[in-house]
Design a protein around this ligand. Structure first.
Ligand code: NAD
Length: 495
């Protein structure tokens, strides 16, 4: 059985706690490796290693940091296919999707390569006579990055690229379900020249996270995952005086107005709902169909379902892979029964599709005529289940989006620029797409939702990422004009 350890001080090491967890091959349905779970003592040793490394790294010149990040970007690009195969193997997403995930991660490294520019402070000359005021951006020290299973390369890169670029040492705690990509990234960063201990990877479960929350040597927690855990980390981290950004779950609505191009909207809904088996925090989970568009739109979506090939992610013919675990697959599937109990119409039940092996597969599923207060609408399903809610007017659609617990992403499909502009102003959601179903911001903007989709003041990556991973210092300095000095410095006297 393959064994996955921790990455400490520049090398992979075996855990000593004796505790470990299974890493599945979701396409085959069996355990392919065991990952070590760290003890409290091991977490403390990892934080101590980061603390030692942070001292020197905070002094590394900006040009050296940029040089390492440039090299990391080149290595990531060169080894993209190897990393993508690892993602497909442990997460299950199809190879092309895994390659896309890494490309989005690389964008964040490219952003971080601009660190000399990004850390420039402000300067006010002559705030008073002989007095200048300016600001510095300095690292926090040791920061923890805690990541979810669904983007096992991109989300760690969101955090570590900016975290390291800003001069911090990072403890990365990846999802125990697919931990290998994080070790791969750590090895590439070492090859790129990152000093040992500036990035350590510690594997484990709640015990590790709880120790990182408590540890006095950890200055900040950057988290992405489900809403209950995001809230828990935010509340417990801030109580201990730590800086916390905690991104939570989602239930994204795609509003389709009656004037929309039905074919375009159906294509967008299908790719955004079923890509990565719906295990994306920016997946479209709900179509809100306004007025007469509902019937042709549902039929157009239904007509596209048979074309989606579901199977192991290693086969380039397949467009959708398995879910992460058997338990998660069964939980997602249970919503098809809940939908029937709630009076909605199950247009396509993915359980009817049979698969050759014991992988954690579920066929694509479509539910129509979902009610606003139903569980199918209110709860995050996080699988290949697209639901349709029919409403009469734009105002009803807006109220549905704005009253939902989550406010991560949303999209509107219309040919009317005025309607789209009104929607972007009125909708209470962090990321908005106009005829774009998955509006993930490019790396030089920041990523984050509203309401239960984000706890904390900072969105992820981009300019807000730089703010999160640094603290500012303002210097007020007085240097009298040498011409007025009592000591003769050789300047002409100002009399
Ligand atoms: P999760 O919350 O179960 O796990 C995330 C991390 O928290 C993992 O590292 C895990 O080990 C740790 N964790 C789990 N339970 C814990 C506990 N009780 N105490 C302390 N730590 C714990 O999330 P997941 O299932 O890995 O990921 C899917 C979820 O993440 C979905 O809800 C999805 O919407 C969300 N997500 C959100 C975004 C975003 O940007 N908002 C992005 C990706 C995923």
């Amino acid at each position: 059985m393959r064994h996955i350890g921790h990455w400490i001080d520049g090398a992979e090491v075996r855990g000593t706690s004796g505790k470990h967890g299974p890493v599945y091959d979701p396409a085959a349905g069996h355990v392919q490796a065991e990952v070590d779970f760290a003890s409290v003592d091991e977490v403390d040793a990892v934080v101590a290693s980061c603390t030692r490394a942070a001292v020197g790294w905070s002094q590394a010149s900006l040009s050296r940091r940029a040089e390492i990040l440039f090299k990391f970007r080149e290595l990531l690009d060169a080894r993209k296919a190897d990393l993508a195969r690892l993602l497909t193997s442990e997460h299950g997403k199809v190879f092309s999707d895994a390659m896309g995930e890494i490309s989005r991660g690389i964008e964040n490294v490219e952003f971080a390569c601009g660190i000399p520019h990004l850390l420039k402070g402000e300067h006010s000359e002559q705030a008073a006579t002989g007095v200048d005021v300016y600001s510095l951006r300095q690292p926090l020290g040791v920061v923890a990055a805690i990541t979810p299973f669904n983007f096992p390369a991109m989300v760690p890169i969101w955090m570590l690229a900016n975290g390291v670029a800003c001069g911090n040492a990072v403890v990365l705690k990846p999802s125990e379900k697919d931990p290998s990509p994080s070790l791969f990234l750590a090895a590439l960063l070492k090859e790129a020249g990152l000093p040992d201990g500036v990035l350590n990877v510690v594997n484990g479960d709640k015990l590790v996270v709880d120790r990182l929350i408590e540890h006095p040597g950890v200055a900040a927690l950057s988290f992405v995952g489900s809403t209950p855990i995001a809230r828990y980390i935010y509340e417990n981290g801030t109580r201990r005086g730590k800086r916390v950004q905690a991104l939570g779950g989602a239930k994204n609505h795609m509003v389709v107005l009656p004037d929309a191009d039905v074919g375009m909207a159906a294509d967008a809904a299908v790719s955004a709902a079923y890509g990565s088996a719906g295990e994306r925090c920016m997946a479209v989970a709900m179509v809100v169909a306004v007025g007469d568009v509902a019937e042709p739109l549902v039929r157009a979506i239904e007509a596209r379902l048979d074309r989606i090939k579901v199977g192991p992610g290693t086969d380039p013919e397949n467009e959708m892979g398995p879910l992460i675990t058997r338990e998660h697959r069964d939980r997602v599937a249970s919503y098809l029964d809940i939908a029937k109990e709630e009076g909605a119409t199950v247009v396509r039940d993915g359980r009817e599709q049979k698969f050759a092996n014991d992988g954690f597969f579920l066929g694509v599923s479509l539910i129509d005529k979902v009610k606003p207060n139903s569980r199918v609408h209110c709860e995050e399903i996080f699988g290949p289940v697209l639901s349709v809610l029919r409403v009469g007017t734009y105002d009803e659609a807006l109220a549905i989006v704005n009253s939902h617990e989550y406010g991560n992403g949303t999209a509107i499909f219309t040919r009317d620029g005025g309607a789209a502009r009104r929607f972007q102003r009125e909708v209470d959601v962090g990321m908005v797409g106009i005829n774009v179903p998955i509006p993930v911001p490019v790396s030089y903007y920041s990523f984050g939702g509203w309401r239960a989709s984000l706890f904390g003041d900072h969105h992820m990556y981009g300019p807000e990422g730089i703010r999160f991973f640094t603290r500012t210092k303002v210097v007020t300095s007085r240097w009298p004009d040498p011409a007025t000095s009592v000591i003769d410095l050789g300047f002409p006297r100002n009399r």
